[in-house]
Design a protein around this ligand. Structure first.
Ligand SMILES: Cc1cc2nc3c(=O)[nH]c(=O)nc-3n(C[C@H](O)[C@H](O)[C@H](O)COP(=O)(O)O)c2cc1C
Length: 449
């Protein structure tokens, strides 16, 4: 019975944890190029601006050139999905297949969206069968190479993947084929977006978010400004454990940069953040991190901004943070954490937390009571508490580490002598569910009088 209760509690906790991931936002490289054209800036500057809007992933055609890929990598874009035109309507396409595979391997992309061409008017049923067969054998071959193949609902009635009905046929022929769920295209073919989402949920590995003013209106809109039920869609997917990307799509936007900004903000705002109790109960010390998930400087800034609300002695705000986010600094800090190194090896951010002495607990330079600089440590702990809880609310995980080499950290970050170095905090995404620690009886902690 006890075991059963424990299992139920564990399952409930895991379900709560699943609801907490934030939407990860990506964008088509074509949109970035369009921003560069419209704003009359370089593609690199455009990409940088997009990155600062909180867009972390990039969706590219497999024909993109190497220097552009290098530039995107240098800006820290994660590889969301690759797109290949492989015209299975026309027949086998060995050359296009080889190009797609080469690209996927060279740049370590795992999700591939295939556009399989258009059927002729009044195509025979036999032709659709052929397309199904060619696609099915391609999926097998790609899966064997570790590639996840997807098709989207495509806004052309002649497409073999036009709507739920035709997609059902493709999926029946290829059980391992997955789906890029394109919101705007479901509107275009006259289907209800949420019904289609429920129908294909298990196969949805990527999402193209595209909005429309009305079902038959193909004009471009920022995502969230039209009729797509963005809130329901984002929350249902995340709550059911979706870990893929939400790709911004608005081809033809008159101001691509402005639209992108609005879209990114609307997607983030659509997400229902976890309740305070969920944050408290799912925050745990995490000792193994997911190497594939990164955290941007913009996200760390958002996190520390929340920490600024922490209380401190006479509002002295003695806490300082030194953030290792570049590969070189991360590697250096990892070596200053003793036995913790293996636990945080894949954390994308390490934060050194210090406090300025002689601030909290002091009045006009005089120590106010017996605790002295202990108040600085107190305030630093409060700030760190805000940090780990806000991190959890943003879908991140943390490990506070007291085991660290303070002298080496001081040298690495040129930390002034009047600051006491306290913890190093790892920030990242959990790779596995943590052990739940036991807690003392409440009455050992609290006494009422
Ligand atoms: C000040 C402080 C220092 C800590 N130092 C370490 C550390 O060096 N290594 C580690 O693995 N965990 C460290 N922890 C994590 C604690 O072991 C952990 O908070 C505790 O076991 C309770 O588990 P929970 O955080 O999952 O609730 C530290 C925690 C705090 C608050």
């Amino acid at each position: 019975m006890k075991d059963f209760r424990f299992t139920v509690m564990l399952v409930m906790l895991m379900l709560t944890i699943q609801t907490i991931a934030q939407p990860r936002i990506s964008i088509f490289f074509d949109h970035v190029a369009e921003i560069a054209r419209q704003e009359n800036i370089s593609i690199q500057d455009a990409a940088q601006r997009v990155r600062l809007l909180g867009v972390e992933g990039i969706d590219v055609r497999v024909s993109i050139n190497e220097s552009q890929m290098k530039m995107l990598d240098s800006l820290g874009f994660q590889h969301a999905s690759a797109i290949a035109d492989i015209n299975f309507v026309k027949g086998e396409q060995p050359e296009a297949v080889r190009q797609a595979f080469d690209f996927m391997h060279r740049y370590n992309y795992s999700r591939l969206l295939v556009i399989p061409g258009l059927l002729p008017e009044n195509a025979s049923a036999g032709l659709m069968d052929d397309v199904c067969k060619r696609l099915a054998s391609f999926v097998k071959e790609a899966n064997a190479e570790g590639i996840d193949v997807m098709v989207e609902d495509y806004d052309n009635p002649r497409s073999p993947c036009y709507n739920t009905q035709t997609l059902d046929r493709l999926f029946a022929a290829s059980p391992q084929l997955n789906h890029v769920f394109d919101t705007g295209n479901y509107l275009f073919c006259g289907e209800d977006v949420m019904t289609a989402l429920h129908h294909f949920r298990e196969r949805i590995h990527h999402v193209h978010l595209k909005d429309r003013k009305a079902q038959n209106d193909r004009a471009s809109l920022p995502i969230g400004a039209g009729i797509v039920p963005l809130k329901s869609l984002v929350n249902e997917l995340l709550q059911s454990g979706y870990e893929g990307w939400f790709c911004i799509e608005h081809f033809g936007a008159p101001s691509m940069l402005e639209y992108t900004k609005q879209s990114a903000n609307n997607i983030k705002a659509a997400w229902k953040s976890p309740s305070f109790d969920e944050v408290l109960s799912t925050r745990r010390s995490i000792r193994s991190y997911d190497a594939s998930k990164k955290i941007s400087e913009a996200e760390v800034r958002e996190l520390i901004k929340a920490v600024q609300n922490a209380p401190s002695w006479a509002n002295q705000q003695p806490t300082k943070y030194y953030v290792a986010i570049s590969p070189e600094k991360l590697a250096a800090v990892q070596d200053m954490l003793g036995g913790n190194k293996e636990r945080i090896i894949n954390a994308p951010v390490l934060i050194v937390s210090t406090f300025e002495r002689g601030k909290s607990g002091f009045f006009r330079g005089q120590q106010s009571n017996e605790v002295g600089d202990g108040w600085g440590a107190h305030d630093n702990g409060l700030s760190d508490a805000y940090l780990v809880l806000k991190a959890r609310a943003m879908g991140f995980d943390t490990l506070i580490m007291g085991m660290r080499d303070a002298d080496k950290l001081r040298e690495l970050f040129s930390i002034p002598e009047n600051e006491t170095i306290m913890a190093v905090i790892a920030l990242g995404y959990r790779a596995a569910e943590p052990r739940i620690p036991t807690h003392k009886d409440l009455d050992e902690m609290v006494r009422f009088f």
